[in-house]
Design a protein around this ligand. Structure first.
Ligand code: GLY
Length: 374
């Protein structure tokens, strides 16, 4: 087990992380990675799968932090590949935020590339088109799930706020804020825990039922969903300055932090069983929450924010010390022990590219990275 000692040396951890990203770049090549198992090799998934933006997002962060062209070169074509795929039969859904923010939008922000801006706006129009007027929610998935909304969408709202800023058209932001209000009303519970799926009647917009989804049960606390809510509501406050979202982000953060086990890395669900001992962890939930907590810290006065920053550092240090592949140069992944979808028995105790992304994003933030992707 690696340790970095008692002190937090963010610069040293960034250097170590960058060395790993360099190895990943050589090994991953043009693959669209999602999951790596025991052999440490990432798979290569369809480009319309919701995770396809995270690897190029890592490359753009590495480029922004170092100015090294090799990272930009490796990241450059991803938004074009996605756009091409959008013009064919595909399964893009509400997660276009996860896909186009770390590709087209950050590319435009860092390089001024007009195609990146155009593709980002195209994706924002697609996302806005999923809004249900009566229910005031953005529809999550495709097929016949017309009235299904999920907490993960909170993270995709940044694409809409960005589109309003770029285009001057307030409709995108209005839709994002209407959805965020639905998150406050129907997803975040009084105690700060969060529902995964809420189903509405797609015609009347009335609440129908809550489902457990990737969590243990409808009334449980899926840890990654909790992290999406924390980070998504902090972002919504940044864009709107409405303190209702800040209070919600804090409430969720307190629930998340109070539910952590001793080593600060969450189990996959905070209420999955009477006895959490032995249940799988989800390192990705820890990484997402840590990056969201850093966002929250930035949005608050220094003294209040410091509490969240220290909590983020505790999670990151534990991930660094106990959940990473530093000693395994053959591994294409960074974090171990992620859980994708436990109830479906899919991707349990694996490396997940979004866990890697949010760990790297958080370490970059601790080292002064200011160009936000989400
Ligand atoms: N967006 C799906 C997940 O968090 O697994």
């Amino acid at each position: 087990m690696q340790t970095v000692g008692k002190g937090w040396d963010a610069a040293a951890i960034w250097e170590r992380t960058l060395k790993k990203v360099s190895l990943m770049n050589a090994a991953i090549g043009g693959k669209s990675p999602h999951v790596a198992r025991e052999d440490g090799k990432y798979d290569d998934l369809r480009i319309d799968w919701w995770t396809s933006g995270f690897w190029p997002g890592i490359l753009w962060i590495a480029y922004d932090m170092t100015g090294e062209e090799r990272y930009k070169d490796a990241a450059w074509s991803w938004d074009e590949r996605m756009e091409q795929h959008m013009l064919r039969p595909n399964s893009f859904d509400h997660d276009v935020g996860f896909q186009f923010l770390p590709t087209a939008v950050i590319k435009h922000r860092l390089t001024g590339d007009e195609d990146g801006e155009r593709r980002g706006l195209f994706a924002a129009n697609f996302l806005a088109g999923r809004f249900n007027l009566n229910g005031k929610f953005i529809r999550a998935w495709n097929s016949d799930m017309h009235g299904w909304s999920i907490i993960d969408t909170a993270m995709n709202l940044s694409l809409l706020y960005w589109a309003s800023q770029r285009s001057g058209d307030p409709r995108f932001g209005q839709i994002a804020t209407a959805h965020a209000d639905t998150v406050l009303r129907h997803f975040i519970r009084e105690d700060g825990s969060v529902r995964h799926i809420v189903c509405f009647d797609p015609n009347t917009g009335l609440f129908d039922e809550a489902l457990g989804g990737q969590g243990y049960a409808p009334d449980s606390g899926w840890s990654r969903g909790t992290a999406w809510a924390l980070y998504g509501m902090a972002n919504t406050f940044r864009y709107t300055a409405d303190r209702a979202y800040l209070r919600a982000a804090q409430r969720v953060a307190h629930y998340f932090l109070a539910s952590l086990p001793e080593d600060s890395v969450p189990h996959w669900d905070f209420r999955s069983a009477e006895q959490l001992e032995g249940e799988p962890r989800d390192s990705s939930a820890g990484a997402i929450a840590a990056s969201g907590l850093l966002e929250l810290a930035e949005l608050l006065p220094a003294k209040e924010g410091a509490v969240y920053r220290r909590a983020a550092e505790r999670i990151l240090q534990s991930l660094h010390d106990n959940y990473a592949t530093w000693d395994d140069d053959g591994s294409e992944a960074l974090l171990l022990h992620g859980t994708g979808h436990k109830p479906a028995g899919q991707n349990v105790d694996v490396s997940l590219i979004y866990g890697d992304y949010f760990f790297i994003e958080a370490i970059a933030k601790l080292n002064g990275w200011k160009h936000r992707i989400f």
